[in-house]
Design a protein around this ligand. Structure first.
Ligand SMILES: [Zn+2]
Length: 387
């Protein structure tokens, strides 16, 4: 018999693995695999290219379609430069709160999901449960697509996905899609007194950045679509967060680099927006090349994930509403893996313990009461799956 572990003890173990996205998550994956194995649950890994990280998925219950999928990520954001009152990698309770990196985003839900799988295995279920534990979520939802693809191929097809990002156990039915580009404008350096013979990379970049300003103004002015109207703001935003370029006030800048971030409302895609940006860049580039042939604009893709569109009569929404009793309507502006599951043909919602306001913060915490609400949710889910 495996040693019985409470959800709280599981969370303690998970928090102790410093699974910052840039580092390996394999120690955590080893532990989770052993936890499941001890309970007779087979787990499967989906590796990254250099086998330094892995996603993990598992199936409990009869080999039939229609599973409820519990989806979490194993990685967390860094703690450097943050002022913590206690060790971020040691779960610490103070004043009804569980402090530690990842407690809220989202190892609290991961612990509950593992406890739910163990309970379902012990109790026996008619409707299967599946676990989907990804990596590299915090750096742009990079780890989930390969895992989702393999789950859909190798397991009896699951149907309703609960992505446990912090929502205070409210049912979130929609979020924007997101994506980012890195843009490198290469100009031609001359003395600024003869700037007409040079190509100023910063001033060319400014034209592309102003393209973003104009798109945002159009979005703000236009009437939103029905689904976009649910969001704040109700349009796709184009944002430039960093810029770097130039060497001196009297030299036309040879290089300018900036990032472009899109947050797309459902019904629009980051790919279309990125293509529109690229088209603008090509037109600016043509004018630059007319002055000097070596001038160029190169665009690299950073990441991209699809929006979560509220479903008509969605199965995941109905399930989550039954289990939480929440009938309010809620969409969020942060991205999750729910849109990726939906794009792969699953019904998906976001519902998890904790508040997004505590995510990524120094002294990140999960309220004990939220963790307990989450555990009640999981016990009701297992009861329902037991039939
Ligand atoms: Zn998260």
């Amino acid at each position: 018999m495996p040693s019985p572990l409470t959800p709280r003890q599981i969370l303690e173990r998970l928090v102790a693995f410093p699974t910052v996205s840039r580092d390996s998550n394999l120690a955590l994956v080893d532990w989770v695999e052993e936890f499941l194995d001890e309970r007779g649950i087979a787990a499967h890994r989906v590796w990254n290219a250099d086998r330094t990280k892995a996603a993990l998925y598992a199936h409990v219950g009869p080999e039939v379609e229609g599973a409820v999928v519990l989806s979490g990520h194993s990685d967390v954001v860094p703690v450097e430069g943050q002022d913590w009152s206690s060790d971020p990698w040691t779960l610490t309770e103070r004043d009804g709160r569980l402090y530690g990196r990842g407690t809220c985003d989202m190892k609290g839900f991961d612990a509950l999901a593992l406890a739910a799988l163990a309970l379902a295995q012990e109790r026996g279920v008619k409707r299967p449960l599946q676990l989907a534990l990804s990596f590299d979520e915090e750096v742009g939802c990079l780890g989930a697509p390969a895992m989702i693809e393999e789950m859909a191929r190798c397991l009896p097809k699951g149907r309703a996905v609960i992505v446990g990002e912090p929502s205070r156990m409210r049912v979130v039915t929609g979020h924007k899609g997101g994506g980012g580009l890195l843009c490198h404008v290469q100009g031609h350096e001359v003395h600024s007194s003869i700037m007409h013979r040079g190509v100023n990379a910063i001033m060319s970049a400014a034209r592309l950045i102003d393209w973003a300003n104009r798109r945002n103004a159009e979005g703000a002015a236009g009437p939103p679509s029905e689904v976009a109207a649910l969001f704040d703001p109700p349009w796709t935003t184009v944002h430039v967060g960093t810029i770097r370029g130039g060497t001196a006030g009297n030299i036309t800048a040879r290089d300018c680099r900036f990032d472009v971030g899109f947050r797309a409302v459902p019904g629009e895609t980051v790919e279309d927006w990125a293509a529109a940006f690229e088209a603008e860049a090509r037109s600016v580039e043509a004018e630059m090349k007319a002055i000097h042939p070596e001038a160029a604009i190169s665009i690299g893709r950073l990441f991209g994930y699809p929006p979560l569109r509220p479903e008509e009569g969605g199965e995941a929404e109905a399930l989550a509403r039954r289990l939480t009793g929440d009938n309010g309507s809620m969409v969020v502006s942060y991205g999750t893996e729910a849109g990726q599951f939906q794009a792969a043909g699953y019904s998906a919602v976001v519902c998890g313990p904790g508040d997004i306001a505590q995510a990524h913060q120094p002294d990140e915490y999960l309220e004990v009461a939220q963790f307990e609400d989450g555990w009640s949710f999981m016990r009701r889910l297992v009861e329902e799956c037991a039939g």
